[in-house]
Write a protein that binds this ligand. Structure first.
Ligand code: SF4
Length: 429
């Protein structure tokens, strides 16, 4: 009979003497990930992005992870281990970090899974960090890491809003450019060049910690994106067919995570609209109110006084960026989170806040109200949360919006892309 052996947990902690270590982070998305190391530098940490997620990430994530976790968890683990195995880093001078939002889904278990994956891969000496805005570090021992929220909040928020605006301009310009030129993606287009150029400029502004410079930068970007439209003989100025892309946050925004379906759709001449990432953060204003009404959270002095102030600040800031971005010829106004919540409440109770929660319903409804009646919703393999709040409300969505064509796609590492494309083909024809 096998003897019980003592369980030995992960005992590599990020201590104060580790502060100067290189901190590896998984790739998230093209319009945000390049800004993260620059913001971290202001906070006094040396963050380094893993390369863009790839098939190698999926294979290695499956090898060292647990095959019952959701697909984004597999990819994140694979990103980190593949990069550590690349031999580029001094292991004794390395740590890894991931963000933690504290959602009610498996996201809260990522850190434990990463620790066991690192151990399995022979890297158990690498400390791990949970990065969280709220200061709650989810029972991770990391006394050497503290996020100076006040110091980076202003620049971080402007970087995020700038990334959202740039991403929207890129998505509408790239498809018009290619359709006009009669060619399929991917190619190095003017739009792609401008996107990269302005992301680099954004990094420079962050490193200088000059949040207001982002307004000027966005204005220049708008002018340049408008020039592609005005000057290029190859541009298609006619309205394009629009399609909404929503779903779980990682697979929606990560190109490999969503099996490159955005590029595939753009190659077919479709303008792919994804909701801005700012919505993911500001939904907490709605959630907080609902949780208080439901008796789950107490109204405290801080929620009574600080939350309205914070909301006012956020609305003002979003309005400032919108005012500049709306000069772009193909600007698409995003409805406010409160409008989306109002739409969502007709479909699903707003206390559904796990995974993407009620936002799926709100986003589908918002597209319908804007006359966009084709929406793809991507869900990762193993994501029970989003299966419930997305596919689970399909019938109700169809009852409310009968003209809406909804396609729910499950994404995982072993799927055949041809099947995805077949189903998308039916949606866009
Ligand atoms: S929402 Fe789904 S895919 Fe995303 S972390 Fe939670 S369980 Fe995983």
């Amino acid at each position: 009979m096998q003897k019980n052996t003592e369980y030995i947990g992960y005992n590599s902690f990020f201590t104060k003497k580790d502060r100067n270590k290189t901190i590896l982070i998984p790739w998230f998305t093209d319009f945000l990930s390049p800004f993260i190391p620059a913001v971290a530098k202001l906070a006094g940490y040396n963050f380094v992005n893993c390369p863009r997620t790839s098939k190698t990430s999926a294979d290695i994530g499956l090898q060292y992870g647990n095959n019952e976790v959701c697909y984004p968890a597999t990819l994140i683990l694979g990103d980190l281990i593949a990069e550590i195995q690349s031999g580029k880093y001094d292991i004794d001078n390395l740590a890894v970090a991931i963000t933690q939002t504290g959602g009610q889904c498996r996201a809260t278990n990522y850190l434990g899974m990463i620790k066991s994956g690192l151990k399995n891969a022979g890297f158990g000496q690498i400390p791990t960090i949970a990065v969280s805005l709220g200061g709650n570090v989810y029972q991770n021992e990391q006394e050497g890491f503290e996020l100076p929220v006040l110091k980076i909040f202003n620049i971080g928020m402007n970087a995020l809003l700038f990334g959202d605006a740039l991403n929207q301009m890129f998505a509408s310009a790239v498809v018009r450019e290619n359709v006009g030129a009669g060619r399929a993606l991917p190619l190095q287009t003017h739009a792609a060049f401008l996107f990269d150029f302005y992301m680099k400029k954004g990094e420079e502004i962050i490193l200088q910690n000059k949040p207001k410079e982002f307004y000027k930068l966005l204005k220049n970007a708008v002018d340049d994106f408008n020039k592609i439209v005005d000057c290029s003989g190859a541009i298609n100025r006619a309205p394009t067919e629009k399609i909404g892309l929503i779903g779980e946050i990682f697979v929606k925004y990560n190109s490999y995570g969503q099996a490159h379906i955005t590029e595939w759709l753009q190659g077919k001449g479709m303008e792919v609209l994804t909701p801005p990432i700012i919505d993911f953060f500001v939904q907490s204003f709605v959630n907080q109110k609902i949780n208080q009404q439901n008796g789950i959270k107490r109204a405290t002095f801080s929620t009574k006084i600080l939350t309205p102030l914070l909301l006012k600040f956020a609305e003002k800031r979003v309005g400032k960026f919108d005012k500049i971005a709306e000069k772009y010829r193909f600007y698409e106004r995003n409805e406010s989170i409160f409008t989306k919540a109002k739409y969502a409440a007709e479909i699903i109770d707003l206390s559904n806040q796990f995974g993407e929660g009620w936002m799926i319903a709100g986003e589908v409804a918002s597209f319908a109200h804007r006359g966009i009646n084709r929406v793809v919703c991507v869900q990762p393999f193993g994501c029970i949360a989003n299966h419930i709040v997305a596919k689970g409300i399909e019938r109700r969505l169809k009852e409310h919006y009968p003209a809406m064509n909804l396609l729910f796609l499950d994404i995982d590492g072993g799927m055949a892309e041809v099947n995805l494309h077949n189903r998308l083909e039916f949606l866009i024809r």
